[in-house]
Design a binder for this molecule. Structure first.
Ligand code: SF4
Ligand code: SF4
Length: 286
């Protein structure tokens, strides 16, 4: 509520138009082995595709040339361990971006101690195991993480992302999810986590200001809600990362959002950060 009132008084959030992304999500395969009800994969999963190694290398080369040291996630709409070459991709991107924080979040179904050793040996910074199936699964993941760190003590077993203060260290943790709708949003209207919006929410959204999301076919998505890369931002096969980041289309999304304007395609149906809206206003939006 306080944040909302603060934003409304300001009417616009000033931002540095020359700022580059400091988070990149690279989907090395589009496939997930699950179809969670709160995820667009349960409605219509993207076509199965694997990022060609030449494209992955192009992205890695560009990041190296930029001297990139921000965060790198090696997944977007997929389960990262569905990529059998995950450890090879981790190694390549670690060589190119030695100071980056490289991470994955996994649904844990395919994870073994051996696979964890393989990705940490390759240079990953952290692995989060997401327990979607309740307490028993969370307990099994905790046991797996403990077993792993007993064999690999240079990785810290922490309780969550909030415990990460040093990006030069390595971490593993387990996240337990409940079905509370507060934990999820409707991914630009793709999943029915909330009722359909009558009009766009009058809220800022920070994601397109720091995050570049690339699908397995090279399309750039606006954010993790742009499941089918519909924002029309371009393809990294044809353009450089920075050309896309500073393209008129991307800038126009940032300009709108910085004015609390979610009228553009995708944002207009999206409930991301709905909890920032004062409950007294909820009725007029649903
Ligand atoms: S939430 Fe994760 S595990 Fe579930 S379907 Fe989506 S990508 Fe797969
Ligand atoms: S409001 Fe727009 S930028 Fe933010 S998550 Fe939704 S679709 Fe993406």
């Amino acid at each position: 509520m306080f944040r909302f009132a603060q934003n409304m008084v300001k009417k616009v959030v000033p931002y540095d138009r020359s700022a580059r992304f400091d988070e990149i999500q690279i989907e090395t395969t589009s496939v997930c082995n699950r179809s969670c009800h709160f995820c667009p994969n349960s409605v219509s999963p993207p076509a199965s595709s694997r990022m060609p190694s030449a494209l992955f290398r192009k992205i890695a080369d560009e990041l190296e040339n930029m001297g990139y040291s921000g965060n790198i996630a090696l997944y977007l709409r997929n389960e990262p361990f569905m990529d059998k070459s995950l450890h090879k991709n981790v190694r390549l991107i670690r060589d190119k971006c030695p100071n980056s924080y490289i991470y994955i979040a996994s649904n844990g179904d395919l994870v073994t101690v051996e696979k964890l050793i393989q990705v940490f040996d390759a240079g990953i910074s952290s692995v989060a195991l997401s327990a979607y199936d309740g307490k028993e699964q969370a307990a099994a993941f905790h046991a797996l993480a403990k077993k792993f760190v007993s064999k690999y003590p240079s990785v810290d077993y922490v309780s969550g992302r909030r415990d990460i203060h040093d990006h030069t260290k390595k971490y593993i943790w387990v996240t337990s999810y409940t079905d509370d709708p507060e934990n999820f949003f409707n991914r630009a209207g793709t999943v029915s986590v909330h009722a359909e919006l009558k009009k766009p929410l009058p809220l800022m959204c920070t994601l397109p200001f720091n995050q570049l999301c690339i699908t397995a076919t090279g399309e750039v998505a606006l954010c993790c809600a742009d499941w089918y890369a519909e924002a029309g931002l371009g393809n990294v096969n044809d353009h450089s990362l920075l050309d896309i980041w500073f393209s008129p289309e991307f800038i126009s999304y940032r300009d709108s959002l910085s004015n609390f304007d979610r009228s553009k395609h995708l944002c207009d149906k999206c409930t991301h950060k709905l909890q920032d809206l004062p409950s007294i206003l909820l009725k007029s939006y649903f």
